[in-house]
Every structure is written in C-alpha cells, then in structure tokens.
Design a protein. Structure first.
Length: 314
C-alpha cells in the first residue's frame, strides 16, 4: 500500500490535466461495483416470487427478536418490494402489462447498466492513462537528453530504453487496469456483502471466519509475484543492453569473433526471463484455485450448519 501511494504521488502532477476523465472513470467504476449487489438482490427477489403460493414453506431463520439490523434490513426490503411489486411478476397472480414489461426488462436493464458502467469506467481510465504515460515518456526523454556525458558513460543503452518504454508501459497498466480494479472491486465486495446481509445477516457473518484463510495465500503469493517481476525487469534490461551493444558494435564483435559469446549470454538472459515469468504466472494463477477450494469448504460447512439448525436457505 505504501508503494502504491508512492506511485500515485509521483504521477499526480501528470494526472492534473486529465482529472475530469479520471474522476469519471472512478465514478463509473463505483457504479459497476454497486451493480453487483443489485444483480444479487434482484435475482433473489425474482426467485422468491417464482415459488408457487401453495408450496410448503421452509423453516424460518432463527433470528434474534428485536435485532436492529434485521429490522432495518426488513424495512428496506419491504419499501423496495412495495415500489417494485407492480412491475414484477409473481407465481399465481395474473400477468399485467406492467409485469410483462418488468419481467422482460429487469435483468436486461441491470446487466446493461452493469456492462455500460464497466465499459465507460475502463474507457475513461484508459483514455487518461494513455495521455499520462505519453507525457511522462516525453518528460523522461527530455530529462535524459539534458544529462551530462559522465551519466551516459555509466548507464547502459538497454537501461535507458527500458526506462523510457518499459517502465512507462508498466505504469500505463497500473493506471488503466489497477485503478479500475482498485475502485470497482472493493465497492463490489461491500455491495455484495450488504446484499447478503439483507438476505440473511447471521449466515453472512458466519462465513466471514474464512476471510483470513483466503487472505493469507493472496498476501504470500502476491509478495512472491512482486519479487519475480522485479527480477524479470532486471533481466529484460540486461538483455536489451546486450542486444543494443551488439548491434552498435558489430564490427568489433566480428573482428574478434565474439558472436558465440554474445549469443550464449543472450540465451542465458532469455532463460532467466522465462524462469521469472513462470514464477510470476504460478504465483498469480495459484491464488484463484486455493481461494475457490477454501470457499467450497465453507459452503459445505454452511450446508451442514443450515441442516443442523433447521434454518431456511436464503
């Protein structure tokens, strides 16, 4: 988190000219995150209305009487359902024109709203990030061109090229994708958690015991991925420097017969790139299966808990 603040503090002066698009992208990202909770609540509401009136009711959830949260949640849901009731079809009721329109459009409108907010958020942030990175690349090139000759005697050509192109590309990815995820995903988690609490707050809170178990692999493998990425960037700099120096000094290399030496060195750096890239891929991709496995264990425990306490599944 500290490094993330350092990155945004560094690029803050370059963000000012495009602040409007960035704010718009963040706003649409928040809407996209909130739409996840809306889709969850709408799905639960429609499924409840499709239950036949004469079907036997499941055992009621054992909620503490007079609980403030449950009373507030029930009040909010009652107000929303009272507003939407004329527009939503219900099993056993005669269909009206409003219910036909609502039944046909409720999910397309929600999914369309979700998709539009995701597209607009991603587009606005990508639009701003492209221009920020271009301005930064020009500024870096301008500063490098004004440095003294002793600096160029110490620096390698591959390092300078990587600073202009490679680092700017990584920053662009951070601004275009990282900001969008950083905004939309926490909002989505909060909205989904709120929606689940409105459905059944006790079951939702009981599932939170698995949260630390899911966080541990994310932190551990995230740290490993960052270390591997740093080594990959260093190997990429060495490889670029080797290629530029070889092509610029080809006459000397040919004169002394150093082609095989340079080729072996290039092959060694390529193997380093492959190893570090695969370490990054392993650290990134293994998190999903681990979290999903833990989640399925939690779902199994939840089913046993519901059966044992004779609660109704929401």
């Amino acid at each position: 988190m500290h490094k993330l603040r350092q990155i945004f503090a560094f690029v803050a002066p370059y963000l000012k000219p495009y602040w409007g698009r960035i704010v718009a992208g963040v706003f649409f990202g928040i809407l996209f995150g909130a739409s996840n909770g809306l889709v969850l609540w709408a799905t639960k509401t429609m499924l409840d209305r499709l239950v036949p009136p004469g079907s036997p009711a499941a055992p009621a959830s054992a909620e503490a009487p007079g609980n403030w949260f449950s009373e507030t949640a029930d009040s909010i849901q009652s107000d929303l359902l009272a507003t939407l009731d004329p527009w939503l079809p219900r099993m056993g009721d005669e269909l009206t024109l409003l219910q036909i329109i609502g039944g046909l459009l409720v999910f397309p409108l929600l999914v369309g709203f979700r998709g539009a907010s995701k597209f607009l958020g991603a587009y606005c942030l990508a639009w701003a990030s492209e221009r920020v990175v271009n301005d930064l690349r020009v500024a870096v090139f301008n500063n490098l061109s004004r440095l003294s000759m002793p600096f160029f005697n110490r620096a390698t050509t591959g390092d300078l090229i990587t600073r202009i192109n490679g680092d700017a590309l990584l920053l662009q990815t951070c601004l275009a994708s990282g900001v969008s995820i950083l905004v939309s995903e926490p909002v989505a988690i909060v909205c989904i958690f709120t929606g689940l609490c409105l459905i059944d707050w006790q079951l939702t809170l009981s599932i939170l015991v698995l949260f630390p178990v899911c966080i541990i692999p994310i932190i551990y493998f995230g740290k490993k991925a960052r270390v591997a990425t740093g080594k990959r960037v260093a190997a990429n700099i060495d490889q670029s420097s080797l290629a530029v120096e070889m092509f610029s000094g080809m006459r000397v290399i040919k004169a002394f017969g150093l082609e095989d030496t340079r080729i072996d060195r290039f092959r060694e750096l390529s193997q380093q790139l492959i190893r570090q890239t695969m370490k990054t891929v392993r650290s990134r991709e293994i998190v999903g299966p681990l979290v999903e496995t833990v989640s399925m264990i939690g779902i199994g425990a939840l089913i046993l808990y519901v059966v044992h306490t004779a609660r109704s599944m929401p």
